[in-house]
Each structure stands twice: as structure tokens, then as C-alpha cells.
Design a protein around this ligand. Structure first.
Ligand code: BT5
Length: 239
């Protein structure tokens, strides 16, 4: 019988799109944390680490990312070619993930600001970007996509999809993106036009999301007509 390690090794060597250095492991703490360590040790641009299980999967702001072993796509991508606006890399991964979900499972998710993927209004995927911006900048973009399992209220691609097929489609879609993804990001951002609540460390703002600016900030006009621009924050789409 094939052992889990042998299975991971053969998956690492399956035919991945050219130019990506993909490793598959059975279990780790967090693929993002691992790639930040690998980056410090000289891992090349476009190193990709996939885990079938994370024991310490991370969300933003030290929140947790949950997924039972083997059910979902849990992957991080390391970039050494970093644009002036590093958040563009996160947008690119989000757009590639949308295209991959559509190609592999049929449904087309939308983006919720800043970078969640929603399917049928439910959170299908989350993205965590971490950067070391110095003379040799590195950005690690991690994404978890619910393929076979989602928490209560979460979105799900559905059984019958292999998380590694979804990854192959994501890398292919990434390569097919135009150099400038601004228009595509804006067009796929389902938050625009929605009534939203923006949760901030010191309170909340309720209003309508009007637009997103080229630097990634979300423009919200509150119920008193005051315009706010948010660089960070958690957004809830209100009914
Ligand atoms: C995120 O954070 O959405 C970023 C998640 C990034 C996960 C990937 S997996 C590969 C890589 N390695 C890592 O260690 N992380 C990245 P945030 O917006 O903070 O959302 C986290 C919140 O989403 C949690 O507090 C839960 O409420 C919820 N959540 C947790 N697991 C979920 C899941 N599988 N599906 C939907 N929601 C989930």
C-alpha cells in the first residue's frame, strides 16, 4: 500500500505548470509559516507549498483557518518579484482562484473586500498575505479553499473535486492573468454596491461600498453621507 509520504512525494512530482516549484506535504503547522522560513533560507521565486492538513492554519489577525485532513486546498505561494504595491499579488491569487474554481467545479465565486472568495454569499476561501519587505523583498500569499468541507455557514466547492487539480488550475490561471489586473479585480469585487458594515478595532461604520481605489482602499459612504476610505478592516455584506 502507498504510504502517505510516498503519496505526497509523487504528488510533488506530478506535472505542474512550468515555472512553479510545487511541494506537497501530508501535514504541517502552517504553509505560510513554512514558506517564510524557506524564503529566509533562499527558496526561489514561485515556490509553492501544499499541505493536506495544517495543525496551526492561520487566518488574518491571528485568527485560525480550519480544515480537516485531506478535504480542502491549503497552499502558499512565495513571490520574490514584488510589485510596488505588494497587495496586487494577493489580488492576482484571488483572481486566479476564481478562475480555477470555475474551471474545475463550475461555480464562479466573487471577491469580498479585501480578498475573501464567496460562493452563494458564503465564505469559500480566505487569503493571508505576509511580507518581508527589505532590500530582497518576499511576499507569501496563502489561500485556503473549501473543497470537501466547510464550517457551518461556509461555502463549499463540493465533493468530487481534487484539491490538487484545483491548485493546478489556479497556477495555470495565474499565468494567464494580464500584467495589470486592476480592472479585473474591480469587476470581480462583489463588495462594490453592497450595503456593508466595516468592523474596526475602535468601532464600526455602516454604509454603502461605493468603490475600491487603485491602492486597494475600500470607499464607503456612511448613512450620514460621510466618505471613508479603509486600508484594513473586516467587512460584512448586509442584506
Ligand atoms: C482568512 O483569514 O480568511 C485567511 C485564511 C488563509 C488560510 C490559508 S491556508 C494556507 C495558508 N496557510 C495558513 O496558515 N493560512 C493560509 P480571516 O479573514 O481572518 O478569516 C478567518 C476566519 O474565517 C476564522 O476566524 C473563522 O471565523 C473563519 N474560518 C475558519 N476556517 C474557515 C473555513 N475553512 N472556511 C470558511 N471560514 C473559515
Amino acid at each position: 500500500m502507498e504510504t502517505p509520504d510516498a503519496r505526497s512525494l509523487s504528488d510533488s512530482f506530478r506535472e505542474w505548470p512550468q515555472g512553479w516549484h510545487v511541494s506537497v506535504v501530508e501535514e504541517t503547522g502552517s504553509t505560510n509559516a513554512d514558506l517564510l522560513v524557506a524564503a529566509a533560507q533562499g527558496a526561489p521565486d514561485r515556490t509553492v507549498l501544499v499541505a493536506r492538513h495544517q495543525t496551526a492554519g492561520r487566518g488574518r489577525l491571528d485568527r485560525k483557518w480550519e480544515a480537516p485532513a485531506g478535504s480542502n486546498l491549503l497552499v502558499s505561494l512565495l513571490f520574490r518579484v514584488v510589485p510596488d504595491d505588494p497587495h496586487v499579488l494577493t489580488q492576482r491569487v484571488g483572481l486566479a482562484a476564481i478562475a480555477a474554481c470555475e474551471a474545475v467545479a463550475g461555480g464562479r465565486p466573487t471577491l469580498k473586500w479585501p480578498n475573501d472568495l464567496l460562493l452563494g454569499g458564503r465564505k469559500l476561501a480566505g487569503i493571508l498575505a505576509q511580507a518581508e519587505l527589505g532590500p530582497a523583498p518576499v511576499v507569501v500569499v496563502g489561500i485556503g479553499v473549501n473543497v470537501g468541507w466547510a464550517p457551518e455557514g461556509g461555502g463549499l466547492l463540493g465533493d468530487g473535486v481534487d484539491p490538487l487539480d484545483l491548485l493546478a488550475a489556479l497556477l495555470t490561471a495565474y499565468d494567464a492573468l494580464p500584467d495589470d489586473v486592476w480592472a479585473a479585480y474591480r469587476a470581480n469585487l462583489g463588495t462594490i454596491g453592497q450595503r456593508v458594515r466595516v468592523d474596526l478595532p475602535d468601532g464600526e461604520v455602516v454604509g454603502r461600498a461605493l468603490d475600491v481605489e487603485p491602492d486597494g482602499r475600500l470607499v464607503v459612504v456612511d448613512d450620514c453621507g460621510v466618505t471613508h476610505r479603509f486600508a484594513v478592516g473586516d467587512v460584512v455584506h448586509l442584506r
